[in-house]
Design a binder for this molecule. Structure first.
Ligand code: ZN
Length: 428
């Protein structure tokens, strides 16, 4: 049983309850409560949140932890600590571990490791296809029974349309969300970055927007055919944003996410030939970046997800062509979004909380992402102005493949509670 929690004098931002005011927040027995009795107040853990934001804990729909299989990159424990440091109270992890999470045995192994080692809520996904090979369906019913919240072959997707159609049909039967990070592989073969003027100038092989657009188009066509719920991961193409807008206007059950790095960086960063900017999908052009921000603000893109993809130094520290794709993101999402959206005058703080907490909860149909009395006390307190340097020695992730390594960022979580228990406390 957690001690009573009394978060004092912060600015409470709770978009689900249209709340933005300076007030105290209380938790008792792991739940948000309207107030505490005198006796409970005398024993409560008090947090001075003056000058800070108090909001529902962030929920990440897209992280890759590497346990089992590649625990040198990230374990359930280190990934959950990185999440807490970034202000996250819930993280959905992808099934691309080794062996792949395509059967109940591996799922149960991961769930056991989560129960033993995780300090935040970790929700587990299962593969769409056996071995994530795209050929034969995984046992979707048994994955659902074991406790997955979605199925996905992320960061891949079946290339065969019939397999994809059947995946959506089966997932629909079990009312399971599909998370789709698609690309037409015939158009991305050998590519290391976005295809455009910059790739031409740098002499690097690029993959066109069309690779992503074709797969987003397929997903919306098959969502219409099957009625399944499809969540589109890592949208990076401006033209894909338009397709999703049209799909939503037709009432399809389609949702979408964008990453902090696609919101803030472009393919121009590739001029450094630094593998820390090598991502899948690739960083695209300024036009795409603006379209992503516009899509987020008009509700076409529902939320921001980290796509936290840890790789150790010796893997990234190689020739550009050979380096793996992906960046870590759990510990930097908040300050990057603050800089790009809030200080960039594109969005208010309340929008940011919607993108990082309220909307991800809605997509997963979780009773989270709000601070209503009776809700589980998953709460993040952050200082929007705290300056800190991205330094692997002080970060929780086992990997350091951040595009912002060595840079000074602004905005950091100071306290994070999961079911009323403080899993991060940085009292100044
Ligand atoms: Zn990913």
């Amino acid at each position: 049983m957690s001690e009573p929690l009394w978060i004092q004098g912060g600015r409470i931002i709770d978009p689900a309850n249209s709340r933005d005011e300076e007030a105290d927040l209380f938790a008792l027995d792991g739940k948000i409560v309207e107030t505490l009795s005198e006796g409970e107040r005398s024993t409560a853990r008090k947090i001075d949140a003056s000058g800070q934001i108090v909001c529902p804990g962030f929920i990440d729909l897209h992280s890759h932890f590497r346990e089992p299989g590649q625990s040198q990159k990230e374990t359930i424990r280190s990934g959950s600590l990185a999440a807490a440091a970034g202000g996250y109270t819930t993280v959905v992890i992808m099934p691309d571990v080794s062996p792949p999470a395509d059967n109940a045995g591996v799922i149960q192994y991961i769930l056991d490791a989560v129960a033993k080692h995780a300090c935040v809520n970790i929700l587990v996904t299962g593969c769409m296809t056996q071995g994530r090979a795209g050929d034969n369906l995984a046992p979707i019913g048994s994955l659902k029974k074991t406790g997955v919240v979605a199925i996905t072959d992320s960061p891949d997707s079946p290339q065969n349309n019939e397999i994809m159609r059947r995946t959506l049909e089966y997932a629909g039967m079990f009312d399971l969300l599909i998370m789709e990070q698609g690309r037409d592989r015939s158009l991305t073969e050998g590519a290391t970055m976005h295809e455009g003027a910059t790739s031409l100038r740098l002499g690097l092989h690029g993959s066109p927007r069309a690779a992503e657009d074709l797969s987003v188009s397929r997903a919306t066509v098959l969502a219409a055919l099957t009625g399944a719920r499809v969540h589109l991961q890592c949208i990076s193409s401006g033209s894909a944003v338009d397709m999703i807008r049209r799909a939503k206007s037709r009432g399809l059950k389609v949702t979408a996410e964008v990453t902090p790095h696609h919101l803030s960086l472009t393919d121009e960063t590739m001029a450094s030939y630094d593998p820390r900017y090598k991502t899948n999908p690739p960083l695209r052009e300024e036009w795409d970046r603006q379209a992503l921000i516009e899509g987020l603000l008009d509700g076409t893109i529902d939320c921001i997800a980290s796509d936290h993809e840890p790789h150790v130094d010796y893997e990234k520290d190689v020739e550009f062509d050979l380096a793996p794709f992906g960046v870590i993101g759990l510990e930097t999402a908040l300050p990057i979004c603050m800089a790009t959206l809030v200080r960039g005058d594109a969005a208010e703080l309340t929008d940011l909380v919607r993108f990082l907490s309220t909307n991800p909860a809605r997509i997963l149909e979780l009773d989270k992402g709000h601070l209503s009395p009776g809700a589980e006390a998953d709460v993040t307190v952050f200082d929007p102005d705290e300056k800190w340097v991205v330094d692997p020695d002080t970060m929780e992730s086992l990997s350091a493949n951040s595009p912002w390594l060595g840079e000074e960022l602004r905005g950091k979580a100071t306290h994070v509670a999961v079911k009323g228990n403080l899993v991060l406390q940085r009292d100044s």
